[in-house]
Structures are given as structure tokens and as C-alpha cells.
Write a protein that binds this ligand. Structure first.
Ligand SMILES: Nc1ncnc2c1ncn2[C@@H]1O[C@H](COP(=O)(O)OP(=O)(O)OP(=O)(O)O)[C@@H](O)[C@H]1O
Ligand SMILES: [Mg+2]
Length: 333
């Protein structure tokens, strides 16, 4: 540690600090001492981004790349400088928050519950039993984002084969939009297993890099069904959570870096040992709960209505609202 700090103060590295390298666009190949062969080795071991290098230890890099210790330190140091890993002031953050958009879901009470709509830049998780309306809201967000932001596109990763173009058409008509256009701006991919799902999320990250800011909503419906089906039994829990964690990191990055609204749906399981309150619990545990800025618990209410409860929010009071799911959209009760 001490050694590292001393090294950071050498005149040479100070020079590096001052060199106005372009931020963000730097690739692993631009790191000092990293040629094509070393970059290849690094990439093979998962060091594919500047961030992964910036947070690595010199030992890790030496082991996989054959770099000397001082070269490894220099590489890490350079990656850190290139990355803007510093702190932001509260006012910078407030300015960033002003770029947040909120997607209206057509029900006043639901919008109000969400502080004006579904927020960009973070993950919102919606969990609830079958038929509670999670997929309906997913379709609705894919349509409404287009109404609100002209030219906006939605990406829909469908794991349960429940995406319905007909439903997009109905909702677009309900919102007074051109249904064909609405349908064109929803990009759908079917995920066949959890590996495929992770891969698709990474692919979305590539799409975001290239699309010039058109994609405003990314939907994963459902986030957990494949994980739940593939990892059965207690012995596999740790492995499942690790993989889910990796997935959530990709989604967090997508939301944060590209100011995208990420909406994920999640099933519930019954908690037989509950004596008070609701005996249901979201799948995915802390890994999913902690990555989501907003968590909505959806359930069926009286006379075919739906009840949405905000469970966990960084800046909003917990609360509930009541609405109907109708052909053209949501309606307040
Ligand atoms: N065209 C429609 N018009 C009105 N209501 C509809 C329409 N399509 C679906 N619904 C309502 O939405 C419900 C289905 O909700 P949804 O598919 O969103 O559930 P879910 O929470 O995703 O469930 P699951 O866990 O099984 O995926 C239907 O039972 C119906 O009440
Ligand atoms: Mg569903």
C-alpha cells in the first residue's frame, strides 16, 4: 500500500496525471505497456474494460498477463486516472439528477406513487404473483416512453415468451399513437436460458454505445425465471446469486451510464414461516433488492383492480395505489 502510494507520487506519474488523455474513449490497448498480445491475455481473463483493470490488484494483472510488477502498477494507475474514479460534489449530482426523465404510466395515482413516473438512470423492480400485472406494466413502459420522448426506443428481453406485439398495438392506440411506429421502436429478444439472458444484457450495452441515445427503456421480463428454473436446491444458491449479481451489475451500469430506465420483473415465492403480514417474498433476495432503487410489490385487489405498493425508495415515502388494467392502458379507480 505504502509502496503504491509512493509510486503514485513519482514525477513520472504526475506527468501522466497532467497528460490530457481523452476520458471515456480509452481502450485497454491504449494503456502503457499493453500491446495486442497482453490485451488479448487480459481479455481472456475477463479484464475487458478499463474499470476491471482500475479495480484490479497488481498481483492479479501480473498473474494473467505476464506484466512485471512495476508495469502492472503503472497500468492500473493509468486506468484509474483515465476513468474519472473520483468523487462528485452534491451539486454535480443534482445537475445529473436534472437529466433524469420520468415515464408516465397513465394512472395519476401510480405516477404520484413513483414521484412523477418511472425514473431513468436506475433499476426499478416489480414483483408479485402471477397475473398481477408485471408484464402489462412492461408493455406499457415500452409504449409510453415513445409517447413522452419522441424517437425513443425500448429494448425488451423476454424470458417467458409473454411479449405480445398485439398488446403494444392496443396500448399505442389507447395512447393515441401510431401503433406500427410504436411496434417498430420496441426491440425484442427472447432469452432461452440464464447464460443467454446475461449475454443479451451485454449486447444491450453495445447497442447503447452505438445508438446515439435512442434507447430509453430496457425491460427484463422476467429477471429471475431462468435462474429459478436452472438453479434448484440449496447447494446451488451461492452460484445462482453470484451470477445474478453479475447480471445486476451490467444492468446497473446500463441504467447509470446511459440514463436508461431499467425495469425488471420478479416472481414471488411463499414464505411458509410467516405469521404476520404478507407471506410472499421476492426471488433473488438481497442481490436483486439492493440493486433496485425502486421496488414495487404488485397484487390483485378488489373487483379486478391491482394494488401497487412502493416498498423501497431512496427518496419517496412508502405508499400504495389502486388501478385497473384495461385494453388501452391503466385507469385510476
Ligand atoms: N388486453 C387486455 N386488456 C385488459 N386487461 C388485460 C389485457 N391483457 C392482460 N390484461 C390483464 O393483465 C393480467 C395479466 O397480467 P400480467 O401478464 O402482467 O401478469 P404478470 O404479473 O406478468 O404474471 P406472471 O407472473 O404470470 O408473468 C390479466 O389477467 C388481465 O387481467
Ligand atoms: Mg409476466
Amino acid at each position: 500500500m505504502e509502496k503504491q502510494e509512493k509510486e503514485q507520487l513519482t514525477p513520472e506519474s504526475k506527468l501522466e496525471l497532467k497528460t490530457p488523455k481523452k476520458k471515456k474513449e480509452i481502450d485497454i490497448l491504449d494503456l502503457p505497456g499493453v500491446g495486442a498480445a497482453t490485451a488479448e491475455k487480459l481479455k481472456n481473463f475477463g479484464f475487458t474494460t478499463l474499470m476491471s483493470i482500475a479495480v484490479a490488484s497488481p498481483g492479479q494483472l501480473m498473474e494473467v498477463s505476464g506484466l512485471t510488477e512495476s508495469a502492472a502498477r503503472k497500468t492500473i494507475h493509468f486506468a484509474r486516472n483515465a476513468m474519472d474514479m473520483g468523487f462528485e460534489s452534491g451539486s454535480d449530482l443534482l445537475e445529473r439528477r436534472s437529466k433524469v426523465h420520468k415515464i408516465n404510466v397513465g394512472s395519476e395515482s401510480f405516477n404520484e406513487l413513483m414521484g412523477g413516473g418511472f425514473e431513468s438512470g436506475v433499476i426499478t423492480e416489480c414483483f408479485g404473483e402471477y397475473g398481477s400485472g408485471k408484464t402489462q406494466i412492461a408493455h406499457l413502459l415500452a409504449v409510453n416512453v415513445q409517447k413522452q420522448i419522441p424517437g425513443a426506443e425500448a429494448v425488451y428481453i423476454d424470458t417467458e415468451n409473454t411479449f405480445r406485439p398485439e398488446r403494444i398495438i392496443q396500448l399505442a392506440e389507447g395512447a393515441g399513437m401510431n401503433p406500427e411506429k410504436a411496434l417498430k421502436n420496441v426491440k425484442v429478444a427472447r432469452a432461452y436460458n440464464s447464460d443467454h439472458q446475461l449475454l443479451l444484457a451485454e449486447k444491450v450495452e453495445d447497442m447503447l454505445k452505438e445508438d446515439g441515445g435512442k434507447i430509453k427503456v430496457v425491460i427484463i421480463d422476467s429477471l429471475t425465471s431462468h435462474f429459478r428454473a436452472e438453479f434448484i436446491g440449496r447447494g446451488t444458491l451461492a452460484e445462482r446469486q453470484q451470477k445474478l449479481n453479475k447480471h445486476m451489475h451490467t444492468l446497473l451500469k446500463i441504467a447509470d451510464v446511459y440514463n436508461v430506465l431499467v425495469y425488471v420483473t420478479n416472481q414471488v415465492m411463499s414464505k411458509p414461516d410467516t405469521f404476520f403480514g404478507d407471506p410472499t417474498q421476492a426471488i433473488g433476495g438481497h442481490v436483486v433488492a439492493h440493486s433496485s432503487a425502486f421496488r414495487i410489490y404488485l397484487r390483485k385487489g378488489k373487483k379486478g383492480s391491482r394494488v401497487a405498493k412502493l416498498v423501497d425508495s431512496p427518496n419517496l415515502p412508502d405508499g400504495e395505489c389502486n388501478f385497473m388494467v384495461e385494453t388501452g392502458g391503466l385507469r385510476d379507480l
